[in-house]
Each structure stands twice: as structure tokens, then as C-alpha cells.
Design a protein around this ligand. Sequence first.
Ligand code: PMP
Length: 341
Amino acid sequence: MDTPPPPMPVGSALDLIGRTPMIELAGFDTGPCRLFIKLESANPGGSIKDRIARSMIEAAEADGSLKPGGTIVEATAGNTGLGLAQVGILKGYKLLLIVPDKMSREKIQHLRAMGVDVRITRSDVGKGHPEYYQDMAQRLAAGIPGAVFINQFANPANPLAHETSTGPEIFAQMGGDLDAVVVGVGSGGTLTGLGRYFAKVSPKTQMVLADPVGSILAPLVNTGETIEPGSWVVEGIGEDFVPDNCDLTLVSKAYSIPDSESIGAARALLLKAGVLGGSSSGTLLAGALRYCREQTQAKRVVTLVCDTGSKYLSKVYNDSWLAEQGLTARELHGDLRDLIA
Ligand code: PMP
């Protein structure tokens, strides 16, 4: 068998962002559909956020707001921070990150190992509260001379990165033929960027939202009503407000996925496909499977593995932690196969 040549050496980790692989899932009940997953976990910083970290920093350099040696401030669930830290190290910027306290220790340790000033704040307060992570980031940035609040929730360079890179890659990998893309929303960048791109090149392609139970977004799409936000275990997706970067009018179908279903799907992805995805990947896969099974005609569906599960070994892949959270149906003895069958 001919082996394709390995990729040639590149000048820096930044040159490895994007061009992520895609696999077709086998062994899942996908009804009449074919389901493909794009492994954004293969980015050098380990998540889909590498793309926007680079594009937002380059946009701030281009508009003159970020000067050599300057400080980038951001509110992040961790992955945007890891992406910013990686780009920041390579380009010589300092980084101050405000991270809600529910985020995994692995991400926080990783950030601190990269020399980032990480401030942990409360996860249980909403927009307008002084300890809310986004309000804190904005306030702290205003007090540091030359600092830029990069603000993934409103920065147009965030959706633009998906419109110009993730979207074209998906379209090419699917041979220009796909019926639906299943995404989650944290900042909305992925949804809005991919939605804009496919509206232009493939109007039949539907944008499908997989949202954690407790988030306001799926109920807002489905009923037009804003619910009182709850809490959820899955990290990086689900919102208690609609970010500026999140264009919900692009969504054709939305599902609210309970944590237990997301975690079951993430564990199934590992056991059936050998892919160690993060918790949001479980939500997206669960939403994609629901969508596929509801179809009456054969469709080609894509979803994303937004980050790697190695950041969640102490949570999603830890049976004792799941039992403590009440996320398992019975006492487990190191084997979740019954739960996810
Ligand atoms: N999955 C993970 C693990 C994330 O960290 C994020 C972003 N916080 C997303 C999905 C959602 O992406 P977006 O910000 O583009 O809506």
C-alpha cells in the first residue's frame, strides 16, 4: 500500500492551525444518514479556538490596538485562552485571563504552565454582576495601559475565522455535498461563521444547534421565549445570554441535550470510534445523532470534536466524579458500557 508523504516541516505551531482531519463515524445508529466528525482537537493548541485566537490577534495587530509586547485580556472557558496563550507566546504578548471556577483544573494548569496570569471567578453569577467573568475582563483591561480586551463574544474576527477557514475545509472534505452541520454555541463564532459561509456556497446546508439543558439558546430558537438559565456540566457551550457574535436566525433546528446524554455520547465516541473528545463534543454528537435518526431521507451530516477529552479525564472520563454528580444511572465499577449501549 502506498503511504502518503508526511506533512513537510513548518516554521511554527501557528502554521499547523486548521486543515484538521475528518472521519466518518461507524457503529452508531444514524438512521438513514451518514455522519462525519471534524477533529478540531487536532489543532496545535488542542481545540477549535486556535483558529479564532490567531485571527483575533492578527485583527488587533492590523487595526493598531495591539502593540508589540502588549497585554491581551480575555474571558474564557479555557480553550480560547489556550489558543491565545499559544499565539501570544509565539508573538511576544502578555496574557491575562478570567476563567469561571467550574472549568477543568487541567485547562487552568495548562494555562499557568504557559505563563498566563489566570484569575478564577464565580460561575454562579450572570451578566451585570461585578464577578461575572466577562464584566471582570472588560473592567481589568480598562485599568491596564495598552491592554486589549479581545472579547470573543463580539469580535468580528471570531466568526470570520470560521467563515474563511473552517467552512471551506468542511465543504471540501465533504466533496461539496452536505445537508447539515451540527454545532454548539459558546461565543457563537462557529455557528455564525459556518452559517454565513454555507448560506453563500450551499444554501441547502442546515445549521443545527446542540445546546446543553439549562442554556437559554435552544429554548429561544424553539419557542421565542427566554428561559431562566440553569446550570450544566458540559464546558464551552451553552449561554445565559445571546452573544453579539451569535446569529440564531441561522439555526434551522435546535436540541436541548441533558448532561447525562452528552457524557454518554462522549464516552461512546471513545469506545466506538477511538476518539477522545471533550464534553462539548458529546453534546454535539448527541444532537447530531438525534438529528440523523429523525430524518426520513439519506443525509450527509457533519459535526465537530471541538477539543480533546484529555482535558476532562478527571470529569467526563472519571466514573467516580460522574457518580458524585448524579450523572450515572447506577453505581459504576469502571465500566460505563451499559450506560451508553
Ligand atoms: N466547544 C468548546 C470545548 C469550546 O471551548 C467552545 C467555545 N467556548 C465551543 C465549543 C463553542 O464555540 P463558539 O465559541 O464558536 O460558539
